[in-house]
Design a protein around this ligand. Structure first.
Ligand code: TYM
Length: 329
């Protein structure tokens, strides 16, 4: 069975972008792939979370994974820091990762631009740790959103470099994956850019229906089309993009036609969009409330996942050490 790896950082509640970019694919793939889905808590350290919050951040993502439909009987669900072998592979891969290429990574440049006072080496080597996450389970498919495309390209590069350096075919270069073919980017409700955990522009899986309605009704729009068949402006295209994943195709067609003949009413568009988002999120929201109260179940899931993930990771580390030439006295 083909191996699949993906993860989400424990840096806040999961939003529609995480759901449609990543989790929806996880749920499909767990049926017929050997899946390893994890919570990237090592990666979350780049932003220096308060130690008091670290565990609850991890727990929140675990709860939301389960509430969204990830099944610990079908997929290995684990916490990144429960598998320290990943840190060893990170070190080994970093010997063939060049500082120049890491500095040119779009996500690194963006982080430096946004926060020039916290340019830590963890941010720089973020793609190396990500490659270690993937290669430690020798995955071939990685379900992610569009924003991870470059990181996946780097992972492929590191896999090939390792093979080239040690004259082996040990690692296969993994592919980014989305069932709808192209990787997707869910925009925020603020008129531009992507929905993000820290952007304050998202709809979260843990939002109540009332909150969702309020957020969607406040989404940025514009004055409306004044001439028939005008090009769709960015804020409205963003709402259409979200509609494309949550609504029936006919609904989207209806509003696109209304835009084209200038009869569209943004209030109706938003009301429909809120209803359709709620249809997705409400059942997940309800399960979040149930699961988060069940500490014993969460503990069991994390323990089982850690055992399975470590077994796979230990095998890779043993083999990689041998390829590199480490020998026991
Ligand atoms: P994170 O937590 O930033 O994002 C988790 C996943 O959600 C996707 N995503 C989106 N997809 C579509 N539209 C959006 N607006 C949107 N926002 C986020 C991301 O593409 C991602 O798939 N670096 C990873 C975590 C990670 C990882 C890995 C992933 C660490 N190691 C190994 C895969 C394999 C990240 O972006 O987390």
């Amino acid at each position: 069975m083909e191996r699949v790896v993906s993860g989400i950082r424990s840096t806040g509640n999961l939003h529609l972008g995480n759901y449609f970019g990543a989790i929806r694919n996880f749920i499909k793939m767990q049926e017929n792939h050997n899946c390893y889905f994890f919570i990237a808590d090592y990666h979350s350290l780049t932003t220096h979370p308060n130690p008091k919050d670290l565990h609850s951040n991890v727990k929140q993502v675990l709860v939301e994974y389960l509430a969204a439909g990830l099944d610990p009987e079908k997929a290995t669900l684990f916490i990144q820091s429960d598998v320290p072998e990943v840190a060893e592979l990170n070190l080994l891969l970093s010997m063939n990762a060049y500082v120049g290429e890491l500095e040119r990574t779009a996500s690194f440049k963006e982080k430096v631009r946004k926060n020039p006072n916290n340019v830590n080496a963890g941010l720089l080597t973020y793609p190396v740790l990500m490659a270690a996450d993937i290669l430690i389970h020798r995955a071939t498919k990685v379900p992610v959103g569009k924003d991870q495309e470059q990181h996946l390209e780097m992972c492929r590069k590191y896999a090939r470099r390792f093979n080239g350096m040690y004259k082996t075919e040990y690692f296969k270069a993994p592919e980014p994956w989305n069932f709808g073919d192209d990787l997707i980017k869910i925009p925020g409700l603020d008129g531009s850019g992507k929905m993000g955990k820290s952007e304050g522009n998202g709809v979260y899986l843990s939002d109540t229906p009332k909150k969702i309605r309020k957020k969607v009704m406040k989404a940025v729009t514009d004055a409306g089309p004044t001439e028939p068949n005008s090009p769709v402006t960015e804020p409205i295209q963003n709402l259409f993009t979200i509609m494309q994943v949550v609504s029936e195709p006919d609904t989207l067609t209806h509003f696109k036609e209304a835009y084209a003949d200038c009869s569209i009413r943004y209030g109706d568009l938003k009301k429909q969009l809120a209803d359709d988002i709620i249809k997705y999120i409400e059942p997940i929201y309800n399960r979040i409330q149930e699961i988060s109260a069940d500490e014993a179940y969460l503990q069991k899931v994390a323990k089982l996942g850690a055992e399975k993930a470590r077994e796979s990771a230990q095998k890779t580390i043993r083999e990689v050490r041998e390829i590199i030439g480490f020998k026991k006295f």
